[in-house]
Design a protein around this ligand. Sequence first.
Ligand code: CA
Length: 235
Amino acid sequence: MASSILIVEDEPSIAELIAVNLSHAGFLPVRAFQTEQASQLIKEVLPDLVILDWMLPGQSGVQFAKQLRSHERTKDIPIILLTARSDEMDKIAGLEAGADDYVTKPFSPKELVARVRAVLRRRSPQLADDLVQINQLKLDPVSHRVMATQDGIEVSIDLGPTEFKLLHFLMTHPERVHSRSQLLDKVWGDHVFVEERTVDVHIKRLRAALAPTNCHSFIETVRGSGYRLSKSPVS
Ligand code: CA
């Protein structure tokens, strides 16, 4: 699924240039001309990343970045700040406001796209198209395939779309415990109202699909907390 990128930029020609380059690169750009409009859009759907201009009519980009960082729902959205200023002090202020990266105008659209990819890869590896491997288990987001090597032979594992996303998220965030509500947020998506035990149902299906290749043991239940993918499972 294409990552959605919210562009907050009041200058139409720049917003257009960014949007065109992002869609060519396979992203889904959404545009807002000031932060109020951006807030409305974010209320509806959480974007995967925000490209935020510093100088905007009304609230500034830096103030908006701080605001996003201060709310539970939006605090983890990756932010790239755009600015005409190249002052070192400004750069520090931007990064202190919570921006993940900082691009100075005029910029090359290609460079901006590369920065978007780099920030997403760092902050949301489950959205990147990189092949992930944990021990004998491999997941390829491009071909949508999961493979496991068993006795020297590569076996293909069939997964439903939710189990695939769940495994992708767990494999890109190994060794950490994820609560059911965190998994719902990250895998099912924001604003989706499903019961927490739905997670258990899909974990069970995922384990069943992984069991023939003995990869099911990577997915550990952490009592009272949630689930964890471990490279060296206890049992
Ligand atoms: Ca501006």
